[in-house]
Ligand binder design. Structure first.
Ligand code: ATP
Ligand code: MG
Length: 219
């Protein structure tokens, strides 16, 4: 029997991918929020879900440790996408990548003066690309979370972070001053696994595709 291993991360990605998997007839046997298991069986013999950190999903798929996975575009841009086939935008876990500053920071003025700006972010590659394309020289400071704190403590002038509702920014007196790009979760596939397991993959991909289209129409 052909086996399929799908890499997901806990939280948003898992929660929002679940209905799409269900539409493809795949239901994990356990909830990763309550179970400590990292390898979850599903109702479908041969289909297994593995739970990894969001930023590690591309790595597992790239090396074929997982056949497929779901990762945010933010994570894929930082990873670089090497060795990954990206057949489908799942349009879940949607948010925007933005530049945000403390309310009251004169962003337009700083840009105009060509001031040397300090940027704190988890998304160093994307931030470098964004500011580079604008011809701006910035100092990048790598963080792993709670970016909102950086401008408040003077670690950086601005942050590059993801926002959905904007409530976290608001609660910390921050303001989005530039939109970098819209973000959503993508299905990623190991190209060798796709070839070797085509018979298992084709119906899986097709059902997910139909579920994504159906979701779009229902909106
Ligand atoms: P970890 O918890 O391992 O540090 P993480 O904080 O990036 O990783 P999540 O917060 O679950 O994990 O985010 C997973 C993915 O969900 C992100 O890579 C991004 O694509 C998307 N995402 C992140 N923040 C938001 C948000 N505010 N709204 C919607 N989607 C988001
Ligand atoms: Mg998180």
């Amino acid at each position: 029997m052909t086996t399929l291993t799908l890499a997901l991360s806990k939280g948003r990605i898992f929660d929002e991918t679940l209905p799409l998997l269900a539409a493809a007839g795949i239901v994990p046997a356990e909830d990763p929020e309550t179970s400590r298991k990292l390898i979850l069986a599903t109702n479908r013999p041969g289909v297994t879900v593995v739970i990894v950190r969001a930023a590690d999903v591309p790595t597992y798929v790239q090396y074929g440790a997982a056949d497929a996975g779901v990762a945010g575009k933010d994570v894929l841009l930082e990873h670089g996408g090497r060795g990954l086939y990206q057949p489908l935008d799942l349009e879940v876990a949607a948010c925007r990548m933005v530049v945000a500053t403390r309310r009251g920071f004169d962003w337009a003025g700083a840009v105009q003066r060509g001031a040397r700006i300090r940027v704190a972010t988890k998304y160093v590659a994307t931030a470098r690309e964004h500011f580079g394309a604008k011809g701006m020289h910035v100092d990048l400071i790598k963080l792993y979370g709670s970016m909102e704190l950086a401008p408040l403590l003077g670690l950086a002038d601005v942050i590059v972070d993801l926002v959905a509702s904007g409530n976290t920014l608001k609660a910390n007196d921050l303001l989005a001053v530039e939109e970098i790009m819209p973000i959503s979760a993508r299905l990623i596939v190991n190209p060798a696994a796709l070839k070797l397991k085509r018979d298992a993959f084709q119906p899986f991909l097709e059902s997910i595709r139909i579920a994504v289209t159906g979701r779009k129409k229902a909106r």
